[in-house]
Design a protein around this ligand. Structure first.
Ligand code: XMP
Length: 513
C-alpha cells in the first residue's frame, strides 16, 4: 500500500488541480467527498489530509461538513480556503463574511518562514478567491502570513501539525505555491516522493481489469490522438484482445489521418482494430446545421450509435473505453450542480445519451494532457504518437464555421495540410501545442489574374498551452506565414484570404466552435 494524501473535496473547481500538484511531487493522493472521508482516512498509508476550497460558507446552516473525528488521525492537515474556514469554525475560531471579496493576484507578507513557508520569500504573490474571512483563531494557532485585506492569510498550529491558508497554493498564479506544497508533503507529512508515472500506469491497468472483470469486453473509441491511444495501451495491457478498438472515419479527419492511425496501431499494438467507413453518414446528419453545440451533439450521438452497433458483435462488450481527460470534464459539465458554465460539450462527455447501456471506462478522466503524454511514454508508445498535437473528437467540423458541406470540409482539409506541412518542415511546430487551419465562414472580395473573386477566408490558429485550459497565441515566422498564405490562396480552391488568429484563451477558446 502506497503512502497517501487524502484530499477532501468541498466542491472547489481547483480540487483536481491539488491532486495534480501532489502527483508532481511524486506523491499518491486520493480525492473523496466529505461523506466518504472518514472511511477513506481509516485505510492504511495515510500521511496527511488536505481540505479543499469550496463555494460554501463555513458558518452557514447548509455548509458542507466533515466528521470531527477527521482531526484525530494524528497526521498533518492542510486546509485551503473553505478548508481553512471549516477548520477554524470546528476548532473554536470564528469565520465571518468579509467586508469585500478578495480575488486575484495578491501580495502576501510571510511572518514565519519555517515549516509550511520554508524557503518562501518574505513577500510573495498568491492567488486569492474568497468572500468570508477568519475573524478569530482557534486556540493553539498563530498567524503565519497576511495580506493587506486579509490578516489571516495563513495560520498554523505547529504542535498539532495543522495548517491553513486562505489563498490557493495549487493554482499556478501563486508564485511559490509548489514550494509550499512540497514543504507540506515532504517536510511536514514526511512523504517519500516515490510515486512514479510507472506506478500510475500499473494502478490504472489494475483498475480497468477490476472494472471489466473476468470476461467483460471493451469497445474502445480510437481517434488516433494521444488520449485514446494511451487508453488503448492501458486496456490492452489490462485485458488483451478483449478490448476491441474502433476507428471511425467520419469524414472529418485530417489529410492522411486514416492511413497513419491504421499503420501506427497495427505496428505498435496487438489490438483487435476495426476501421468503420462512416463519412457519408456523419456528413448527411450534419448537413445544414450551423449551431456549434448542435453540431457537437450530432457528432457525439453518431459516434455512440456506431459504438453501440459494434458492441452487438461481441458477447460481453458492455463497456465503452474513451480518452476523456479532466479538462474535457470540467468544460463540458456544469460542476457542483450547475454553478459552472458549460463551455463546450466535448463529444465524449457532454454528448452521451442517458440510455447508453455501456459502462464507461475512462482511465484518464482525472489527468491532464501532459501527464497523459508521460504515461504514454512509460506504456511504451512511440514518440510520434505521444507528441502528436491534440485533435478534437468532432474533428474538422469544429474548425469549419457554419455548414459542414463536403466541399467545405475538403477545402479545410487541404488548407490544414498546408499549415501543418509549413510548420513542421521549418521546425516551427516544436513547443507549439496546436497549429491548424480554420474555415472562418466569412467571405470577402479579392482579385486574382484581373478577375474578381468572392471566396472564403481561412484563419491560421497556432497556440501554446500546458493543458488546453489556457492558451497563448503563437506568432509564426514571416517566412512561414508567407508560404502558408501563398500556397493556400494559389492552390486551395474557394479560399482567397488568409488571416492570423491572435486570440488567447481566455477570452477565446482554442477551437472556433
Ligand atoms: P477549446 O476549444 O475548448 O479546446 O479551448 C481545448 C482543447 O481541447 C480540444 N478539444 C477537444 N478534444 N473532444 C476532444 O477530445 C472534443 O470535443 C474537443 N473539443 C476541443 C482542443 O483541440 C484543445 O486542445
Amino acid at each position: 500500500m502506497h503512502q497517501r494524501i487524502l484530499i477532501v473535496d468541498f466542491g472547489s473547481q481547483y480540487t483536481q488541480l491539488i491532486a495534480r500538484r501532489i502527483r508532481e511531487h511524486k506523491v499518491f493522493s486520493e480525492v473523496v467527498p466529505p461523506h466518504k472521508a472518514l472511511e477513506a482516512a481509516q485505510q492504511p498509508g495515510l500521511q496527511g489530509i488536505i481540505l479543499s476550497g469550496g463555494p460554501g460558507s463555513a458558518y452557514a446552516n447548509d455548509a458542507p461538513q466533515l466528521p470531527i473525528e477527521m482531526l484525530d488521525f494524528g497526521v498533518p492537515i492542510l486546509g485551503i480556503c473553505y478548508g481553512m474556514q471549516w477548520l477554524c469554525e470546528n476548532l473554536g475560531g470564528k469565520v465571518v463574511p468579509g467586508e469585500s471579496r478578495e480575488y486575484g493576484f495578491t501580495k502576501m507578507q510571510v511572518g514565519d518562514t519555517s515549516s509550511l513557508f520554508q524557503e518562501v520569500d518574505s513577500e510573495t504573490v498568491v492567488w486569492m478567491s474568497h468572500g468570508d474571512r477568519v475573524e478569530s483563531l482557534p486556540q493553539g494557532f498563530v498567524r503565519m502570513a497576511h495580506t493587506e485585506d486579509c490578516p489571516e492569510a495563513a495560520i498554523g498550529d505547529v504542535e498539532r501539525s495543522i495548517y491553513a491558508v486562505q489563498f490557493h497554493p495549487e493554482v499556478g498564479h501563486t508564485q511559490q505555491g509548489a514550494r509550499m506544497l512540497q514543504n507540506f508533503l515532504i517536510d511536514i507529512c514526511k512523504c517519500d516522493a516515490d510515486w512514479t508515472p510507472q506506478d500510475l500506469a500499473t494502478e490504472l491497468i489494475a483498475k480497468v481489469r477490476e472494472q471489466v472483470g473476468e470476461d467483460g469486453e471493451i469497445i474502445l473509441g480510437l481517434s488516433g490522438g494521444v488520449d485514446s491511444s494511451v487508453v488503448g495501451a492501458i486496456c490492452q495491457q489490462a485485458i488483451g484482445k478483449r478490448c476491441h478498438a474502433i476507428f471511425v472515419d467520419n469524414g472529418l479527419l485530417r489529410d492522411g489521418e486514416r492511413d497513419m492511425v491504421d499503420a501506427a496501431f497495427r505496428e505498435h499494438f496487438d489490438l483487435d482494430l476495426t476501421t468503420i467507413e462512416a463519412a457519408e453518414r456523419f456528413l448527411t446528419k450534419l448537413s445544414g446545421e450551423t449551431d456549434p453545440e448542435k453540431k457537437r451533439k450530432i457528432i457525439g450521438y453518431e459516434f455512440v450509435e456506431i459504438f453501440r452497433e459494434q458492441a452487438k458483435r461481441f458477447t460481453n462488450a458492455n463497456f465503452l473505453g474513451q480518452g476523456t481527460l479532466y479538462p474535457d470534464v470540467i468544460e463540458s459539465v456544469a460542476a457542483h450542480g450547475g454553478a459552472t458554465e458549460v463551455i463546450k460539450s466535448h463529444h465524449n462527455v457532454g454528448g452521451l445519451p442517458d440510455d447508453l447501456e455501456l459502462d464507461l471506462v475512462e482511465p484518464l478522466r482525472w489527468l491532464f494532457k501532459d501527464e497523459v503524454r508521460e504515461l504514454g511514454r512509460v506504456l511504451g508508445l512511440p514518440d510520434e504518437m505521444v507528441d502528436r498535437q491534440p485533435f478534437p473528437g468532432p474533428g474538422l467540423a469544429v474548425r469549419c464555421v457554419g455548414d459542414c458541406q463536403p466541399e467545405r470540409i475538403a477545402r479545410l482539409r487541404e488548407a490544414d495540410k498546408v499549415v501543418r506541412e509549413e510548420f513542421e518542415s521549418r521546425g516551427e511546430h516544436h513547443g507549439v501545442w496546436q497549429y491548424f487551419a480554420v474555415l472562418t465562414g466569412a467571405s470577402s472580395v479579392g482579385v486574382m489574374g484581373d478577375q474578381r473573386t468572392y471566396e472564403e477566408a481561412c484563419a491560421i490558429r497556432a497556440v501554446q498551452s500546458n493543458d488546453g485550459m489556457t492558451a497563448d497565441w503563437v506568432y509564426p515566422s514571416r517566412e512561414c506565414l508567407q508560404a502558408i498564405s501563398s500556397r493556400i490562396i494559389n492552390n486551395v480552391r474557394g479560399i482567397n484570404r488568409v488571416v492570423l488568429d491572435i486570440t488567447s484563451k481566455p477570452p477565446g477558446t482554442i477551437e472556433w466552435e
